[in-house]
Design a protein around this ligand. Structure first.
Ligand SMILES: Nc1ncnc2c1ncn2[C@@H]1O[C@H](COP(=O)(O)OP(=O)(O)O)[C@@H](O)[C@H]1O
Ligand SMILES: [Mg+2]
Length: 199
């Protein structure tokens, strides 16, 4: 697939996401530098070096591509379409659109989400995570890694756009897994406090 890169549509700590021209797709690329604040000092690390130290891989996009391919089938409604890794470019993903034809927005741009179906989807998503021993530590974190797709006025659907910390439960008995489970439930609680309207 040949792609032509357009404007920047988002940025995380490690990657910049670009629109793909004339297509409802985007492309994630490593940033050149990752900025960390250590003892009050802002330090730029070469991102390849930093990513290797932190994640033990040379390419986050490859890691994420593999993680997505391993996700349980039931999670498909919550995963972007058209996932493809292009060597030398990065990770391609579909961009979700709302019923009005505009691109769906990041959850972080919303306040409390007044949509009953959305919260039913979140509960379903959490059940799928639990059934499959997946305890992602930053999906439910500040709404940075979820998109809210408005399928209709009545139904909004959460779409996961960042899979790099999908902790699969391979090491069931390790403290690491237990730790990530604890983090998951702590963040889930804060996530609901921030986004779920009080009844
Ligand atoms: N499929 C997508 N659709 C729309 N925006 C996206 C998509 N994927 C990523 N983004 C945007 O790009 C940003 C960075 O991507 P992300 O995977 O979170 O990078 P990082 O690994 O640095 O956290 C996201 O916070 C979001 O704003
Ligand atoms: Mg992110």
């Amino acid at each position: 697939m040949s792609i032509s890169i357009g404007e920047i549509i988002g940025e995380g700590n490690f990657r910049t996401t670009y629109a793909v021209k004339d297509k409802d797709l985007c492309l994630k690329k490593h940033k050149k530098y990752v900025t960390k604040i250590i003892y009050g000092l802002k330090i730029d690390f070469r991102s390849n070096f930093f990513i290797f130290l932190k994640f033990g891989v040379s390419d986050l996009n490859v890691m994420e591509y593999k993680a997505i391919k391993k996700m349980p089938a039931e999670l498909t409604p919550y995963i972007p379409s058209d996932i493809e890794f292009i060597k030398g470019e990065g990770l391609v993903m579909g961009r979700a659109k709302d019923v009005d034809g505009t691109y769906s927005e990041m959850m972080a741009n919303f306040g409390p989400i007044h949509n009953k179906a959305f919260w039913e989807h979140i509960e379903r998503m959490i059940k799928i995570f639990e059934d499959n021993n997946i305890y992602p530590s930053d999906i439910l974190y500040k709404g940075n890694n979820l998109i809210v797709k408005k399928v209709s006025d009545e139904e909004w659907i959460p779409i996961i756009i960042d899979f790099k910390r999908m902790n699969m439960g391979y090491d069931l008995f390790s403290r690491f897994e237990f730790g990530s489970k604890k983090t998951f439930y702590r963040r889930l609680k804060r996530f609901k406090e921030a986004f779920k309207p009080k009844l």
